[in-house]
Ligand binder design. Sequence first.
Ligand code: BES
Ligand code: ZN
Ligand code: ZN
Length: 495
Amino acid sequence: MEMRVYKGDLTQEKADLLVVGHFSDAKVLSGALSILDKAMAGRLAKLMNEDGFKAKLATTFFTHVNGEIAAKRVLVVGLGKKEEVDLEAVRQAAAVAVNVAKECGAKTVVSELHLHGGLKASDCAQAMVEGARLADYSFNKYKKPSHKSPKLFAIVANDGRDVRSAEKGLALGELAAQGTIFARDLVNTPAHDVHPETLVDVAKAIAKGKSSIRVRVFDREALKRMGAGGILGVAQGSDHPPYLVHMTYKPAKPSKKSIALVGKAVTFDSGGLSLKPADFMMTMKCDMAGAAAVLGAFSVIARLAPAVEVHGIFGAVENMPSGGAIRPGDVLTAMNKKTMEVLNTDAEGRLTLADTLSYAVKLKPSFIVDLATLTGACVVALGEEITGLMSNDDKVAAHVLSAAALAGEKMWRLPLEKNYKKVIKSQVADLQNIGNKWGGALTAGLFLEEFVDKTPWVHLDIAGPAFAERDIDAYTHKGATGHGVRTLSALLRSL
Ligand code: BES
Ligand code: ZN
Ligand code: ZN
């Protein structure tokens, strides 16, 4: 699907599907819709009325055209209340248009730029590109596509200034969408095709031919020398060896500031000897979604061109039961020398992150952001669509939350309650890897905090939003979502 922005007259566009927006609280037709309605001699308003179309957000009205305008069909997309139109409404509207185009087999889609309220043309175009591209996504590695994509999605603006601004947004939207799709593909690929060594290859492939990106890989022997007991312990039960991967992006103009992006990279989480029930194991190829988000961001980082140095770090392992696997009761020593009693081998993410975060701290970054499908408890607390954010630094937390809001990824801050630290104190080690029955997302966050020293740090528990067990909205279909990549892209651009 090609995407373009240009200045044009909607009545003259020879599209298979012409798309305009409408507000649920509009008394009269306005903007592009009123122009189309006039060209169609009031027929559009009459039909919408007959259908009882209310223009609630992401609802649609669809009609064929009798030659009154150049397009074959018109799609009116509801944007909700005029005052409430935000970038997410715009993203959903563009996604809905692509979904309808796929259903009716439209090859060319031309949409107005949904520029309303105080929104900027560049942000609107970026949101439209993201919505359209992500709605168009399907995972076809192991089957034939069930729908044909449109060939063209064009965005039409009324004035030249908006076009120039929208073109910039289009380029950014393409990067954010491409990074997200990169992550979706990695997460959707079954665990028999994504082993820890596969993630090493992916990191190397991203860096290949790019002078701004370097990759360092630490294998099992190196990890032993470094004292990475968490990663080594979790990997013990698997036939596939673990790796620590460290990617570095350096900006063209050297910068003293650097940030570290850390991802959980468990390529399959069976639970280990504390084996998961079958139903819970079904989607556990998604347990490397944190690393996939970091890799997704790195796949476009050279073109995003952030002004600071960026580290991407993950400890890739597979969590399997076997005669060699770690046992409940075993004690592991992390890279920062803290000891961890493994009471449940299914709480493996924090064991690997203990080492990965310790490693990140040594790089002395301005701040660390980690993304991890860490706890089912976070999904219980916030549901499937919202990431739990925990942080030891209010400023960095606010910064990440505002990037997430701009990117349309839902995140909510949870507390790192000091009083709960006592439930992860161990009888035999510095820490134990599970708390009590309650507040599991928080006790996992507190566990991680033990490995970041004083470095400003944001922990994103993406266990809910990383993988959709059903269709969530117009551009988040069942399967991997690529959640986190758009927030990271927005964050990197803002530094
Ligand atoms: N990978 C899981 C968490 C998860 C759950 C991710 C649902 C995605 C969707 C993690 O390793 C895990 O198993 N956590 C345990 C921790 C518990 C044993 C303290 C959990 O949440 O049940
Ligand atoms: Zn687990
Ligand atoms: Zn896990």
